[in-house]
Design a protein around this ligand. Structure first.
Ligand SMILES: Cc1ncc(COP(=O)(O)O)c(C=O)c1O
Length: 412
């Protein structure tokens, strides 16, 4: 049995299925790769939307410089997990007034302004409590290179201020007396596996940052680069070569940083999935098998309710199976459809996936499940129990499950 399978087997035996298993050694390895590739060029900001598990957040708090939150709930969770609010930035296009107020009152590092409305509200609230709040302005470029799985700019989008509107809107933000614009933020695309496309995107960022800073005579404290770094979810995906990204952009980044306007600027790489995604496995146990009209259907204890993205309903146009394997391996292969326990035909984890023959009680591990797994799933649908979440640090297995209100009805 492989070392990975020994670990997943132990987790499944100790805590049962369905469960998420997060391997801290894999996150540490990934962190070391990022730091080695980019050196001191970038500080890191963890976008906690990708996995807000409190145990994981606490573990990360001593390893990453900044935290990006996208709701007041995330800010509260982050604080509870040991992140000082001053290390947090607050993104998101739909911030409600009460969220803006609480974030300012609790000392959030920066509000990332996505639009003029937020700027006006934040200015009023900061003024009312006698504060001047640091802000970054989020900009939406007019172009995102080909190769990104999800685009937040380059077309009509709710995110940030469109670059075409910046000349008109930015002066109005700079003029607000209770806000200090300390930098700029761009997150225009994600899930890219092509180094050259990522480099090209960073070139677009640098060009925009240069132009905007010059136009408004801004010497920024911070410039946030939305990383765009992708992970190989599907069989056949070629993993991103991070060194090619770093090598492809290093000289231009250094030239950029050497410009007098940016000599005291901190560049920040904001990311989620690339840091955590591949360190997480979703374990789902086989409850039963049905032979149906020539197809073998394997029914599992956790499906779309626990892992919406693997079921193909989170941004995928055509379903592609996630990479997965039978924990413990096995001889031979057969093609099966893997479904979850829900009473809906869309609860499918895999179509015609080739796995060693499966039986009741076997466990399948779905890869690339550390980010946008449980947090992106309709956990309440059909009132099944919450899956467990297990943090594995060497030989230590810690139950970091969230449970919650529903667990009083669903656990057994
Ligand atoms: C503003 C912002 N920052 C960071 C992220 C994290 O992206 P990823 O997990 O793909 O790195 C996202 C993803 O949607 C985002 O919208």
């Amino acid at each position: 049995m492989t070392e990975l399978d020994a670990c997943l087997t132990e987790a499944a035996q100790k805590f049962g299925t369905p469960s998420y298993v997060y391997l801290t050694e894999a996150i540490d390895r990934r962190l070391a790769e990022i730091r080695a590739a980019f050196g001191p060029d970038f500080a890191l900001s963890y976008a906690m939307k990708c996995n807000p598990n409190p145990g994981l957040l606490s573990w990360l708090a001593g390893r990453i410089e900044f935290l990006d939150v996208s709701s007041i709930g995330e800010l509260r969770l982050g604080r509870q997990a040991g992140w000082e609010p001053a290390r947090a930035s607050f993104t998101g296009p739909g911030k409600r007034n009460a969220e803006i107020a609480e974030a300012i009152e609790s000392g959030v590092g920066e509000l990332i302004l996505e639009n003029l409305r937020e700027a006006i509200v934040a200015n009023r609230i900061a003024g009312e409590i006698g504060r001047v709040q640091d802000v970054l302005i989020r900009l939406a470029p007019s172009r995102v290179p080909k190769g990104f799985g999800d685009h937040m700019a380059g077309r009509p989008s709710p995110f940030g201020i469109d670059i075409e509107d910046s000349a008109e809107q930015l002066p109005r933000i700079f003029a607000l007396p209770h806000l200090t614009v300390v930098g700029l933020h761009i997150y225009s695309g994600t899930q890219c596996l092509k180094p050259e496309a990522i480099c090209e995107n960073y070139r677009i960022f640098m060009s925009i940052f240069r132009d905007i800073c010059e136009a408004h005579d801004l010497s920024p404290q911070k410039l946030v680069f939305g990383s765009g770094l992708g992970i190989p979810y599907h069989p056949g995906d070629v993993p991103l070569e991070l060194n090619k990204v770093a090598d492809g952009i290093r000289a231009e980044l250094q030239t950029f940083c050497a410009e007098p306007r940016f000599s005291d600027t901190r560049l920040i790489l904001e990311l989620g999935r690339y840091l955590i995604g591949e360190a997480g496995y979703f374990l789902t146990g086989v409850v039963g098998i049905k032979e149906s009209r020539g197809q073998r259907i394997v029914i599992c204890d956790g499906g779309m309710n626990n892992h919406l993205p693997a079921s193909g309903h989170f941004g995928m146009v055509i379903h592609r199976n996630y990479r997965m394997h039978r924990v413990g391996g096995g001889e031979g292969e057969e093609k099966v459809n893997l479904v979850g326990p829900l009473c809906t035909s869309i609860d499918r984890l895999a179509n015609a996936v080739a796995l060693p023959p499966l039986d009741e009680g076997d466990v399948v591990a779905v890869h690339c499940s550390g980010a946008y797994g449980l947090t992106a799933s309709p956990i309440h649908f059909i009132s099944h129990a919450y899956p467990r979440e297990i943090l594995v640090e060497g030989q230590t297995y810690t139950d970091i499950s969230r449970g919650g209100f529903m667990s009083q009805f669903t656990s057994f």
